[in-house]
Ligand binder design. Structure first.
Ligand code: NAD
Length: 267
């Protein structure tokens, strides 16, 4: 996927912005004169990372609904607009045991799925006020195929892909393209626990820069509701979803969902 660069002077918000993908994306965007705001859990390391990059920092726990809205408000107040929101914060389970740790499962879903929902709701009106733009969600390959070692992660990322696809039509009507990025394993802190096993097996992992390029392309030339797979040696390719069988009427024709059941913007 090759894509035009974002317009210089546009404003991007990146959640989980001081982690591996966030830093790589920020560096790419800043080099193109995009104004970048990194939102992440508060801490010395996070603040220092943003300062080193030359990006703004906003303390944010993406599971806090009100905080998502407040961050977007501050971005608009400071920069006058918001053009793109990269909803990228994410965690995986710390251990993979046969017994599910329900507290951990729910926490992963809270961050990786509901963080995306809250972020979308918060960013939507600001991007609309800017005349349209993009929301790019960092999902995962684990959202498209089962991850037996971390069911909560798979549920959250699969939910994020479903959310993106379901929200796309209403957002597209107001000029905002929502897409999902579904990378395979990439070399960031999130794979610290298992990196040695990849190395020993000679299993290829992505660089953060490769994923950042896919995120930029999703912003500037993504198709509404698309999920882009990013894999080593493959590049960035749109995932083709297989359709489901439609209901048939008594006459054997394809049944269409009644108009009254669609959201007002889609009638
Ligand atoms: N690295 C991979 O192999 C890989 C593959 C597919 C998808 N992903 C996804 O990419 C995204 C970025 O991950 P990464 O690889 O850069 O890992 P990372 O651990 O380097 O970065 C994740 C960032 O999210 C932040 N974060 C965690 N919980 C948060 C919360 N509640 N609120 C705000 N920020 C929070 C962390 O502080 C960190 O900066 C995640 O959503 C991850 O699930 C990663």
């Amino acid at each position: 996927m090759t894509a035009p660069a974002p317009r210089p002077g546009s404003v991007a918000l990146i959640t989980g912005g001081t982690g591996g993908f966030g830093r790589a994306l920020a560096a790419t965007l800043l080099a193109g004169d995009v104004r970048v705001v990194l939102a992440d859990l508060d801490g010395e390391r996070a603040r220092a990372t943003a300062a080193e990059l030359g990006a703004d920092f906003e303390a944010l726990d993406v599971t806090d609904r009100a905080a998502n809205a407040a961050v977007v408000e501050r971005v608009e107040a400071r920069h006058g607009r918001l053009d793109a929101a990269f909803l990228n914060a994410g965690i995986s389970a710390a251990k993979s045991e046969d017994e599910l740790d329900l507290d951990e499962f729910l926490h992963v879903v809270d961050v990786d799925l509901f963080g995306v929902v809250y972020g979308t709701v918060a960013a939507r009106p600001a991007i609309r006020r800017a005349g349209g733009g993009a929301i790019v969600v960092t999902a995962s390959l684990a959202g498209l195929s089962p991850m037996a070692t971390d069911p909560g992660y798979s549920v959250a990322k699969g939910g994020a892909v479903a959310f993106v696809r379901s929200m796309a039509p209403r957002l597209a009507r107001e000029g905002t393209t929502i897409t999902a990025i579904c990378p395979g394993f990439a070399d960031t802190a999130i794979i610290d626990r298992i990196r040695d096993q990849f190395t020993q097996a000679g299993f290829p992992v992505l660089t953060a820069a490769e994923v950042a390029d896919a995120m930029v392309a999703a912003w500037t030339s993504g198709e509404p509701g698309a999920a882009y797979v990013v894999q080593p040696g493959v590049g960035t390719v749109p995932y083709r979803f297989k359709g489901v069988p439609s209901a048939r009427t008594a006459a054997g024709e394809t049944a269409v969902v009644p108009e009254a059941l669609r959201p007002p913007s889609m009638r």
